[in-house]
Design a protein around this ligand. Sequence first.
Ligand SMILES: Cc1cc2nc3c(=O)[nH]c(=O)nc-3n(C[C@H](O)[C@H](O)[C@H](O)COP(=O)(O)OP(=O)(O)OC[C@H]3O[C@@H](n4cnc5c(N)ncnc54)[C@H](O)[C@@H]3O)c2cc1C
Length: 421
Amino acid sequence: MTEYFDVIVIGGGLAGLAAARTARLGGASVVVLEAHGGGGRARTTTKDGFSFNLGGHALYIGGAGGEALAALSIRPEGSPPPLGRYQLLKEGRMGVMPSTAGTLARCGLLSWRSKAQLGSALARLAKIDASRLAGTSMEQWMQNLELHSDVEDVIRALVRLSTYSADMSALGADAGVAQLQLGASSGVLYLHGGWGQLLAAFGAGQEVRIHCPVRALREEAGRIEVQLDNGSLVGGSAVVAVGGPGATARLLPGSIDWGELGGPVTAACLDAAVDHHPAPGYVLSLDRPLYASTQGPPARLAPPGAAVMSVVKYGTGSPDVDRAELETHMRVAGVTIEGVLHQRFLATMVVAETSCRAELGGLEGRPSISATGVPGAFMAGDWVGPAGLLAGASIASGHAAGLAALRHITTTASRQARNST
Ligand SMILES: Cc1cc2nc3c(=O)[nH]c(=O)nc-3n(C[C@H](O)[C@H](O)[C@H](O)COP(=O)(O)OP(=O)(O)OC[C@H]3O[C@@H](n4cnc5c(N)ncnc54)[C@H](O)[C@@H]3O)c2cc1C
């Protein structure tokens, strides 16, 4: 007999697990079908007492993603990065990153006039209604502010840091400014034990079937049939959270037209386990799209006295060139060659599945959770829905899709009950 679940979730990354937890807390029977080992881009691996995320990861604790985490009773545990230690790098010189009035005053890379301009731009940031910037690119937004070029350089670097996007002429200012606001208001956490912590919290009590790829999905007689390699499952509803638009479209029947979505946001990453605490440990380049951060400590990712360092290049080029640049930047951040115990280079990581381009409407231009073309089937991921970027978008759309799946099965059940009386 074909197995039945109220909600079938396809994909065991953050979006799928958020959908599954939402549906389960709502009282539905739920199964998560995951093609690989689970966790997707949020997985953590461990080696000799060191925990590695897939590249540097910082969790935004506010915004739509934070609200979804709170609604699902998930309280991430970690430490904020020590912003006071952050250095900006320009033309080989370092200066403290302006994150407070004190560090702004001490930043040796800006003139006094530029400091005043940056200070007032950052102070005004919180008051901006970012949604009104839809259709404007980050580059246009900065031009409208008529900033000094060195102030623009700092803002570009902060936007790269918070969105992973390197192309300011493409990125929607609605998304970029909202992400800057989020960073400045609620901040980020580096998670103890890595992002596997989140996966464990989301997955607790869930039935997750790993190495179980779904091949297709269709609706029949008000139910969703999901095809596997060795049979099928039937659900009252389904959530497709398989990463990006290509993987999603391959599962759905018929041809789907989400319109132009904007290509992926990619990064090259170098993660290293080191036997010392690098100093300065945190270096954000203004000349190049590079950032180095010691993720643990402050997060518990490494044995005492040792550290996990992640270096990111926003946007990718030739792997050899990217790797050399990342290694040089890691040294600039204070890692000594002889102190590296393990090193992992990830040449091309898809950080976000689509790039939230201004010309495509920014956040509002992304497809909605219901845009599957299949009644009762919803979708989620960092390219879906109008809220948030990166993991925040995955968690928020996963939660929204889980709620929609619950509503669908409740409506279908009450319709069936009405018809049978
Ligand atoms: C280098 C890097 C750094 C990042 N840094 C940050 C950061 O600092 N802050 C932040 O907020 N976000 C960050 N992110 C983004 C964040 O990791 C992702 O947005 C989020 O993990 C995506 O989750 P997801 O569930 O939408 O997709 P995925 O994690 O891609 O999960 C999709 C899952 O679906 C499974 N799947 C695919 N096809 C099928 C199928 N046919 N059947 C069953 N299962 C299937 C896959 O195996 C996978 O497990 C970063 C990402 C990267 C790569």
